[in-house]
Design a protein around this ligand. Sequence first.
Ligand SMILES: [Ca+2]
Ligand SMILES: [Ca+2]
Ligand SMILES: [Ca+2]
Ligand SMILES: [Ca+2]
Length: 497
Amino acid sequence: MNPTVRLVALAGIHALLADAPTIAEVPVEPPVQINVAPDGGNIAGDAANEPTLAVDLDASDRMVAAWRQFDDASDPLRTAGWATSSDGGRSWIFHGAVDPGVFSSDPVLAAGGEGGFHLLGLDEGFHSCRLHTSLDRGSSWAPAVPARGGDKPWLATDPARGHVYVFWDSAYSCCGETSFARSIDGGATFENAVSIDPPLSLGTMTVGPDGEVLIAGIVDIITFAVARSDNARDPAAEPTFTVAELDLGGSFGFLEEPNPDGLAGMPWVAVGRSLGPPRAPVYLLASVDPSGADPLDVHLVRSDDGGATWTPPILVNATATDGWQWFGSLDVAPDGRLDVVWYDSPDENDPGRTKVLYASSNNRGETWSEPTLVASEFDSHLGWPDERDRLGDYVHLRSDTLGADLVFAATYNGEQDIYFARIGPRDCNRNGIPDPDDILAGEPDCDRDGAPDTCEIAASAEADDNNDGIPDRCQPAPRRPGGRRIPGLSRARTITP
Ligand SMILES: [Ca+2]
Ligand SMILES: [Ca+2]
Ligand SMILES: [Ca+2]
Ligand SMILES: [Ca+2]
């Protein structure tokens, strides 16, 4: 079933274009299922949730997704399922488990340098993690290395420095009270774990423009926090953290009716990159239970001084405050635009009725666009895998110049499956101009599929064996001696001499 899509007007998705209108439509492509059979059809009887996404740093149409894959929804065994796309998420190849038959949970992906990817997984027993590294753009994975860790792990990379960072809940730690470990050799080995005081849990992590490491989490049920390290980037220093405790205007959401045995989402941290001053505003966002009858809303706070002071809580889902706004997730675009998605379950008599919405802000979170529908209604109560009554604990949103890529779990087949959605115009060469406009302006698209040739070659979606920047299958046909073209061989294929 294809979720229906509608377009709504909202502010500023074209903010990079000097002459762009301030109101623009946000196109959303119909979600595409990722955990599919080779023919693209649904695999019946499985369950899949907690997806994560990483985009190749050198070719944005090349992506890797991973998730908790239960091959049998009635069996608690899950593995790290993984899939790749070479066409910007329009289609996916599901490769199976990274470690077939081996328990792995809570997968988190991050891009490394030179087409590399890292995949962190939680081991059986929930007190250690392993890191897989792919040096072939997600096509295969090297054997995993120990990565310290523990339950509710998160992963971030600093490709410029070759650093890989792992964060986890100190209550489920591999090693005493610790919750953070660093690799300074591209994920080959990890240093001794360090602690963060006070300890944070259930968090996410990112790396800012100056190599600062930022971790979001909770200290207790009503206290959110952002931990910051300014020396993790220095390979000679042992990483240390300062922790800012924050009031997000509500308590941490979990065990809520749309997701009875799971979280209402993770606390997300993001940092602005090019707006300035301030150079790098820091944001924390989560679904929280505010005071009053409303069970759950998405709230955001911002710091413009590196985490010393923070704004009061800002309501993100301003036009849909009834019911549960859960799985609130945040990322920030290169120009500073904030992108947020959440699962919207407004019916208190039928809390499983859920759709996915998106909103953006072009003024550092002060005001938010009207929500755009990303994925039409499904029942979040369907297809719970054996272990617990939940649709996982999170989804994953990755912003770019003109929009965002989302991986999420939904039940359109009557069971839990993983989907990809493109929100906003595609900009595969990251020049701030939508692909169709680049093509209209002369960017070659020899197969007329709407994707510029340069992007398709970069993502290895098209072969370019002679390195001339023209996809081989668009190459003029070889000539016979005498100069006549061989009939029937123009664009589709070439002759091998
Ligand atoms: Ca399925
Ligand atoms: Ca609400
Ligand atoms: Ca472009
Ligand atoms: Ca093309």
